[in-house]
Design a protein around this ligand. Structure first.
Ligand SMILES: Cc1cc2nc3c(=O)[nH]c(=O)nc-3n(C[C@H](O)[C@H](O)[C@H](O)COP(=O)(O)OP(=O)(O)OC[C@H]3O[C@@H](n4cnc5c(N)ncnc54)[C@H](O)[C@@H]3O)c2cc1C
Length: 432
C-alpha cells in the first residue's frame, strides 16, 4: 500500500530543526530587517549570512533543485513539508535559498541555460549573492501572453528589445531580468516568442515606477513597471531556443505555483493559530469567544479548509515527484493555484474579524495576509484561467454519451438490467 500520511522520523528531525531556526532566529529578523532581495543591504547580509551557512551545513540550501541542477534533491514532497514552515516568515525562504521568483529563474537557467549563462547568472543566484526578476506580464494584456507586444530583433550580433512590462517583482533589486519577447510575428505566439537574460544595468532598462501593494507607500513597492527602450544584449543572452519561450514559461510557472501553494499552507496555519489563540483568550460576559457555537463553527470551517488544502498540496507534490514532469500534473497544480487564495482569504478574514479593531489595525498582520491572498489569485495568472485548465483537463477523462439519455438514466438502466437478468427473474415469477 502506497498511501502513507506519516513523515519519516529522520526527516521529521530535520523539520524540527527548521522550525526551531525559523521561530527563534529568523522570525525576529522579519520585524527589523528590510527587503530580503536587496543585496546591497550589507547590515542585513551580515546577520543573514551565518544563518545561511547553518542551512548549508545541514544540507538544506536550495532544496527546490535536484542534485543535477545544483540543489539537494529532496523532491517536492519533502520540500512541501519544509516550505510550510518557511512560508510563515518573510526572510526564511531567503535564508534557505529557495525564495520566489529566484527559484523559478534558477530552475529555467539550470534547465535551459548554456554553461556560460549558468556560470555568470545561475551560480551567483544559487549562492544568494544576487537577486533576479521575471519580466513577462505586459500592462495592456497581463494575463494573455499571446497578445504581448514587446519585441526582440536581431541586429548584427545583438538582440534589441523594445516594449513595456508590468509588475516585474523585485526588478529594483535584480542583477538580471528574464524577459519574454516576440521574436517572430509570422508564426503563432506559441512558436514566436523567446526568453532573454537581460543584465539590469543594460542601458535602456528603464523602471518607470516601483508599484506597491495595498497600503505600501508610493515608491516603497517592488513591482516594477519597466520600459525596455532599445535594450541591446549579446546574441548569446537568448535563453533556450529561439521561439521556445512558452515551454520555458511552463517549466518555470509550474514549479513557481506549487511552491507558492506550499508556503501558503504556512501562512494559513499562522492565521489559524492566531485565530485559536484569540478565541481562547478574549473574554465576553458569557465566557471566552471559544465557548460560542458561532465561533466554533468558524474554527471548524477554517481547520477543515486548511487540512483539505494541505492534502491537495502534498498530493500534488507527490505526483510531481512521481512523474518528474510538470505537464503531467497541470490539472493538480492549477487546482492548488485556484484553492490557495480562497483558503488564505477565508482563514485570514475570520482570524482578523475575531481580533476586532486590533485585527484591522497595522498592529497585526491580517491586512497584509488578505492582500497577499488577492495577490496569489493574480500572480502567475488569474484564478479564472486556472479553473479553465482544471476543467479542460478533467473533461479529457470523459466522453459524450451515445444516444439521447444520460448513461445514469434510471429507466434505461433498469431495462438493461431486466434484460440481463430476464432468465432469473422469469424463473422467480414462475416459482412464486
Ligand atoms: C503580487 C504580484 C506579483 C507579480 N509578479 C510578477 C512578476 O514577477 N513577473 C511578471 O511578469 N508578472 C507578475 N505579476 C503579474 C501577474 O502575472 C498578472 O497580474 C496576471 O497575469 C494578471 O494580469 P493583469 O494583472 O494585467 O490582469 P488582467 O489580465 O487585466 O486580468 C484582470 C481580471 O480579468 C479577468 N480575466 C483576465 N483574463 C481572463 C480570462 N482569460 N478568462 C477569464 N477571466 C479573465 C480576471 O478576473 C482577472 O483577474 C504579478 C502580479 C502580482 C499581483
Amino acid at each position: 500500500m502506497a498511501w502513507d500520511f506519516e513523515t519519516e522520523p529522520e526527516f521529521q528531525e530535520t523539520l524540527d530543526w527548521v522550525e526551531t531556526l525559523v521561530r527563534e532566529e529568523i522570525e525576529p529578523l522579519d520585524l527589523v530587517l528590510g527587503n530580503p532581495y536587496d543585496k546591497s543591504d550589507t547590515k542585513a547580509l551580515d546577520v543573514v549570512r551565518p544563518l545561511q551557512q547553518q542551512v548549508r551545513d545541514r544540507g538544506l540550501w536550495a532544496a527546490h533543485l535536484g542534485p543535477e541542477l545544483g540543489g539537494q534533491g529532496y523532491g517536492q514532497l519533502k520540500l512541501a513539508l519544509m516550505n510550510e514552515i518557511l512560508g510563515q516568515s518573510r526572510w526564511a525562504p531567503t535564508v534557505f535559498g529557495c525564495q520566489a521568483p529566484d527559484t523559478g529563474n534558477a530552475e529555467i537557467l539550470a534547465h535551459f541555460g548554456t554553461s556560460e549563462q549558468k556560470e555568470r547568472y545561475l551560480e551567483p543566484l544559487l549562492n544568494g549573492e544576487i537577486s533576479s526578476a521575471y519580466s513577462m506580464t505586459e500592462p495592456h494584456v497581463g494575463a494573455d501572453p499571446t497578445l504581448f507586444k514587446t519585441r526582440a530583433e536581431l541586429d548584427g550580433d545583438e538582440w534589441v528589445i523594445n516594449g513595456e512590462k508590468w509588475f516585474s517583482s523585485n526588478a529594483r533589486f535584480a542583477s538580471f531580468l528574464i524577459v519574454m519577447a516576440v521574436t517572430n510575428t509570422e508564426v503563432s505566439a506559441y512558436q514566436g516568442m523567446s526568453m532573454f537574460i537581460v543584465p539590469a544595468d543594460t542601458p535602456g532598462v528603464n523602471i518607470i515606477r516601483n508599484v506597491g501593494l495595498g497600503t505600501e507607500r508610493e515608491g516603497e513597492g517592488s513591482h516594477a513597471y519597466i520600459r525596455y527602450e532599445n535594450v541591446r544584449i549579446p546574441q548569446d543572452h537568448l535563453l533556450g531556443e529561439e521561439g521556445g519561450a512558452f515551454a520555458i514559461a511552463q517549466t518555470r510557472l509550474g514549479g513557481g505555483r506549487i511552491h507558492h501553494g506550499m508556503r501558503t499552507v504556512g501562512q494559513c496555519r499562522r492565521a489559524f493559530d492566531m485565530m485559536c489563540e484569540r478565541a481562547l483568550s478574549r473574554q465576553t460576559r458569557d465566557g471566552p469567544l471559544a465557548s460560542m457555537g458561532i465561533v466554533q463553527e468558524q474554527i471548524a470551517d477554517s481547520w477543515i479548509e486548511l487540512e483539505q488544502f494541505r492534502l491537495l498540496v502534498l498530493r500534488t507534490a507527490w505526483l510531481i515527484d512521481r512523474h518528474q514532469d510538470y505537464r503531467r500534473v497541470r490539472k493538480d497544480i492549477a487546482a492548488v493555484k485556484v484553492t490557495m487564495p480562497k483558503v488564505l482569504a477565508n482563514i485570514a478574514q475570520r482570524a482578523l474579524h475575531l481580533h476586532g479593531a486590533l485585527g484591522v489595525s497595522n498592529e497585526m498582520p491580517f491586512v497584509g495576509m488578505l492582500i497577499g491572498a488577492e495577490s496569489l489569485a493574480l500572480a502567475d495568472g488569474p484564478t479564472e484561467v486556472h479553473k479553465v485548465t482544471v476543467a479542460r483537463q478533467v473533461l479529457r477523462e470523459y466522453k459524450p454519451v451515445d444516444g439521447l439519455w444520460p448513461s445514469a438514466h434510471l429507466p434505461t438502466r433498469r431495462a438493461e438490467a431486466r434484460a440481463r437478468f430476464a432468465e432469473v427473474l422469469e424463473h422467480e415469477v414462475a416459482n412464486s
